[in-house]
Design a protein around this ligand. Structure first.
Ligand code: ARG
Length: 410
């Protein structure tokens, strides 16, 4: 059969590719560039991507396609999550979770292009990513068969290395790495190894994009994020390039480290460490603009819907109709989300220090304690009278009932 394999270039998917080829299948290796290699220390990202393609072909793939999906990822996935301030369990910006429905779409599109009837991935049976990819594939192309060999037959690291050595699969120095890592422009996740004991503090070597807040520069950095209808830019730079640069500057100030005991879709708890300097900064800024512009009712309802949105992303429900409905709500809200937010990046924190917008509901002449106050102080007394009416009535009833229940002295 002809199989489109979601191929990262790492050990597991390289072993899978080789096994498919040995079993006589035609394999199209599909790799999505989501900006991860740009963020790996040093440059030569194009070389790194070419090396992945060449490796797939050397292992016997009939085709190796490298899809530059950076802008699509940011525009159609990450910025929809930004509109919802999406943070799973209050802290995780859903970097890996957001990429899987895109990878599913790319698998489906590549299968159509190369007339393949099967897609395959290297996810294990224990994680969320298998669910996200397969729900995504089913939504778009229910006729496709999906293979998940590492779910049927888990491959231990030593077995993978032994197989690779015996079958001419090159093993990079990262095969011995102590963690399982996934990364794209929205963030980097690190799991397994010593992190599996939740009492162990994450060692410094788990992090690649952020410095330890304690060693970050004392002066920090400042960025002004300009939003136009909810879409950010910094100094005229947009999209993937802007997120890339923000990751660099926020990471250099130790912003975006997250350590979470997380509840997986498949029921178990796991310990996940993330570094998401860019997305954490953008979400802070986006929330600040909302606080300036939206009504109290909008903010209250949106907080609840935002949490639901994050859960949909996490729970592999990206293709669900509810997400489209929430996108429509967020798009309506974003009509007024134009303005600037200044953020100080300082020793692990992204702190908003200023915001302004032509749509601001904040009105200094109402808020001021200084001269020029336009607030009707005299109206507050009557307001309290009526606003407190139910409480006063309830309290009076309770007091009367208590009195009635008190035994009277004879
Ligand atoms: N726990 C995170 C999530 O489910 C990160 C998953 C990272 N994936 C990986 N294959 N290492 O979104």
């Amino acid at each position: 059969m002809k199989i489109v394999l979601a191929y990262s270039g790492g050990l597991d998917t390289s072993v899978l590719l080789k096994q498919f080829v040995q079993a006589g299948h035609q394999v199209v290796a599909m790799t999505a560039n989501l900006g991860e290699s740009d963020l790996v220390a040093g440059d030569g990202s194009q070389d790194a991507l070419d090396a992945v393609r060449r490796k797939a072909l050397a292992l016997g793939a009939v085709e190796a396609v490298m899809i530059d999906a950076r802008e699509r990822f940011i525009d159609d996935y990450a910025y929809k999550a930004l509109a919802a301030n999406a943070l799973y369990e209050g802290v995780y910006p859903l970097s890996a979770a957001l990429s899987r429905p895109l990878i599913a779409d790319l698998l489906v599109e590549t299968a159509a292009e190369y007339a393949a009837d099967t897609v395959a991935h290297g996810c294990t049976g224990k994680g969320n990513d298998q669910v996200r990819i397969e729900v995504g594939v089913r939504a778009k192309a229910p006729h496709l068969r999906t293979l998940a060999p590492l779910r049927e037959k888990p491959l231990s690291r030593p077995d993978a290395i032994a197989y690779a050595q015996a079958n001419g699969v090159p093993i990079s120095h990262t095969a011995a790495k102590p963690y399982s890592v996934d990364a794209n422009l929205w963030g980097r996740s690190i799991e397994a190894g010593v992190l599996e004991d939740p009492w162990n503090a994450p060692p410094e070597d788990a992090y690649a994009w952020t410095v330890a807040p304690a060693t970050a520069p004392i002066a920090g950095d400042e960025v002004v994020i300009a939003f136009r209808h909810g879409i950010p830019s910094i100094g005229g730079t947009h999209g993937a390039q802007m997120v890339f640069e923000l990751n660099k500057v926020a990471g250099a100030n130790g912003v975006g480290r997250i350590d979470l005991i997380e509840d997986r879709v498949v029921g178990l708890k796991s310990r996940e460490v993330y570094e998401c300097p860019g997305s954490v900064t953008l979400i802070e800024a986006h929330k600040a603009l909302e606080r300036l512009v939206l009504t109290r009712d909008e903010l209250r309802l949106k907080a609840a819907l935002d949490q639901k949105y994050a859960e949909l992303i996490y729970d592999a429900q990206w293709p669900a109709p509810l997400r489209n409905a929430l996108d429509a709500f967020n798009a309506k809200i974003a009509e007024r989300l134009t303005g600037d937010v200044r953020v100080q990046l300082l020793r692990g924190r992204a702190v908003v220090t200023g915001s302004r917008s032509p749509f601001a509901l904040y009105d200094e002449s109402l808020a001021t304690y200084g001269a020029g106050d336009r607030f009707r102080h005299d109206a507050a007394g009557g307001f309290i009278e009526i606003h407190g009416l139910p409480v006063a009535a309830g309290a009076a009833k309770a007091a009367a009932a208590a009195e009635a229940a008190t035994p009277q002295p004879v």
